[in-house]
Design a protein around this ligand. Structure first.
Ligand code: XCC
Length: 670
């Protein structure tokens, strides 16, 4: 049965999105928002009660105790469905990592046009981790060896995926004991498909144990490789001023929007857009120049390195086209809606697919290859410029917000200790003292079944009031950027007193933008260093930290959640559980639900729960943080204890007469 059409304010909290949704209505065009209203989710599929793994079915296990034609129980069906979804997510991230490793190899061998090794220090530091010789060798020689080592991780059959050596020692031991240390990235993904074929693994616990192994291969393998190499090739992020929201599009410039996930082409487009010849070409076409912006994680990649603005997150890809001002949208892989092809035809927008893996019917395909990267980037830009003259009426929402992204793990070290004493010590100390109550990672997608950006921003704001430091990636980070939560010290009046002192002292925003979806690997690195710094336990599961994906929708989010859980993190997903069952009718697999929370907590110290209500997400986050604080014997969180230093205090003191100010500051009798 179709759902009731929501009001625009219920579809998104973002005024720019609301304006474009109104325009879509006026033009009689559909978007993911309206389609979500019209298309009720399949109640059997969304409950995880449908098995379509063979043609004896699909079997709907909608009666208590019912089994499939082969006899598969609800436990098996739900576990298999979940593992297949996790494998899909891991495959996407890890194939991205493979692509980056191939680009590094090509760059090292002079076969990638326009690419150079930008971060030699990171290259050397990583090579040292894997005992690749450094001294007396050129960056290209080292990069070639690192690329070979990383490429080998995908097809490796036995042993351990190399970057897992960067996990805390205790965690590595735990994975070995539990039999979940990944052997090869591809091997674990393929095995998950094998195990879930008809007539294979039919013990839900055994299936889900492999789901953990394959997800670790993503987080501590494919995703980590993607992040490492992207930093080496394009620079490790450091704070830079950026902007977010549809208002970054410009009426008098050629608007080129890059969308997807892989930075290989988009970085070349950034470089090509600065070429004087291309700028002249744009001017000759009557535009003031080229205005680049991004959507989804391609946006995050170039935002945090180059300060290129983000036009929006996942649910804004169609809305960007609806402005009528996008001359070309260039897409690579992942999170690209097929609807873009039809929608772009309603305007003048050129939709260009570029990955050999992704074609969309109705879109122009210009295949990208590293060997001719710069040439292809310029060709694409010329097409966009040629299309500028075809623009019709435009409507660009006058809504944009500044932000400061670029908080790589390396930069956080520098911010906390400078070049000579780079360290996490001040962060650990702040958590230990209770100035920072704990850390929350808010990550993941938008989902049109929820109000766009509402859950991300609500949870973030509530946690900030409670002195919880927040790190973000993916579409969640763009949501909070648009809300002004990543703006240096601005907005700190909404932040708890202890956290505020820390942000003022270090000069950081209370919500740190750490990058794209694959950059959740950065969060694993941060957590490991927090452990290694000392004082907050010997493993990640002891840290007062929680991971949240309030508006998740993609399989990648499930993989991220699973590897974070396996690393010891309590993970809260919003929305609905893919193994929910039909609570009023047929219960979910109790075995699966219990395993995801209770058993995984016993085995790994982390757990996964699905919680729809954002206030409940906040409550459970704080409860977990406080539980971990107590286990570490840290002082109980006390909001009254801190906040007597910092800027607010200075402002208050400034208002006092001199004598009273001296008295307050120095205890001097006057
Ligand atoms: Fe896609 Fe990375 Fe999700 Fe956004 S957050 S909707 S996966 S772009 Ni990863």
């Amino acid at each position: 049965m179709a759902k009731k059409r929501r009001e625009i304010q219920e579809q998104s909290i973002d005024p720019a999105a609301q304006e474009m949704l109104k325009r879509a209505d006026e033009l009689g065009l559909t978007t993911a928002f309206s389609r979500a209203d019209e298309m009720a989710p399949c109640n059997i599929g969304s409950a995880g009660m449908c098995c379509k793994l063979c043609s004896m079915g699909p079997c709907r296990l909608t009666k208590e105790g019912s089994v499939g034609v082969c006899g598969a129980t609800i436990d098996t069906v739900q576990a298999r469905n979940l593992m297949r979804a996790i494998a899909g997510g891991a495959a996407a991230h890890s194939d991205h990592g493979r692509g980056m490793a191939m680009t590094l190899k090509a760059t090292a061998n002079g076969e990638a046009e326009g690419y150079v090794i930008r971060d030699v220090a990171k290259l050397r530091a990583l090579a040292a981790v894997y005992d690749i010789p450094i001294e007396g060798r050129s960056p290209n020689e080292i990069a070639n060896d690192l690329a070979d080592l990383y490429l080998a991780q995908f097809g490796q059959q036995e042993g351990e995926v190399a970057p897992t050596v960067r996990a805390p020692k205790k965690r590595q031991e735990l994975w070995r004991e539990r039999g979940v240390m990944p052997r090869g990235i591809d091997r674990e993904i393929v095995e998950s498909l094998h195990r879930t074929h008809i007539g294979d693994d039919q013990d839900s616990v055994h299936i889900l144990q492999h789901a953990v192994r394959l997800a670790i291969g993503d987080g501590w393998g494919g995703s980590m490789i993607a992040t490492d190499i992207t930093d080496i090739l394009f620079g490790t992020p450091a704070p830079v001023l950026g902007q977010a929201n549809l208002g970054v599009l410009k009426d008098d410039m050629v608007n080129v929007v890059v969308h997807g996930h892989e930075p290989t082409l988009s970085e070349m487009i950034v470089a090509a857009a600065q070429d004087p010849e291309i700028i002249e070409y744009a001017k000759a076409a009557g535009a003031k120049g080229i205005n680049l912006s991004g959507i989804c994680c391609t946006a995050n990649e170039i935002l945090m390195r180059q300060g290129i603005p983000a036009a929006g997150n996942f649910l804004q890809q169609e809305l960007a086209i609806l402005t009528g001002a996008v001359d070309a949208m260039i897409v690579d892989v992942q999170c690209i809606m097929q609807a873009l092809a039809e929608l772009s035809k309603q305007f003048h927008t050129l939709l260009i697919t570029t990955s050999p893996k992704v074609k969309i019917k109705g879109a122009m395909h210009i295949e990208f290859d590293e060997e001719h990267a710069m040439t292809i980037a310029k060709d694409i830009l010329r097409l966009a410029i040629d299309n500028y003259k075809n623009r019709g009426e435009t409507q660009i929402p006058d809504v944009r917000e500044d932000l400061v992204p670029g908080f790589s793990h390396e930069y956080i070290n520098y911010a906390l200790g400078g070049s000579y004493r780079a360290s996490f010590r001040p962060l650990n100390d702040a958590i230990m003292s209770g100035r920072i109550r704990g850390v929350a990672a808010i990550v993941g997608c938008n989902n049109p079944r929820d109000t766009h950006d509402l859950l991300h921003t609500h949870v973030a704001k509530e946690l900030l009031k409670q002195d919880v430091l927040i790190v973000e990636t993916g579409c969640a980070s763009i949501a909070c950027a648009k809300e002004g939560l990543m703006l240096g010290e601005a907005g700190l009046d909404q932040v708890g007193p202890g956290l505020r002192e820390i942000c003022e002292t270090i000069g950081i925003p209370p919500v740190l933008h750490m990058g794209s979806c694959v950059d959740n690997a950065r969060i694993l690195t941060v957590l490991t260093q927090v452990v290694e710094e000392g004082g907050l336990g010997e493993d990640i599961d002891e840290i007062p930290a929680v991971g949240l994906a309030p508006e998740w929708m993609s399989e990648k989010a499930l993989s991220i959640g699973t590897y974070c859980m396996a690393s010891g993190v309590y993970v809260i997903f919003g929305g609905t559980s893919p193994v929910s069952g039909m609570p009023d009718k047929v219960p979910a697999s109790a075995e699966v639900s219990r395993y995801l929370s209770e058993s995984w907590e016993e085995l790994y110290g982390g757990k996964i729960e699905f919680i729809a209500d954002p206030d409940e997400m906040v409550r459970r986050t704080l409860e977990h943080i406080d539980k971990k604080r107590a286990a570490l014997k840290l002082p109980e969180y006390d909001p009254e204890r801190f906040g007597r230093s910092g800027d607010q205090r200075v402002i208050e003191l400034d208002k006092l007469p001199l004598a009273q100010r001296r008295q307050a500051l120095y205890g001097m009798e006057v």
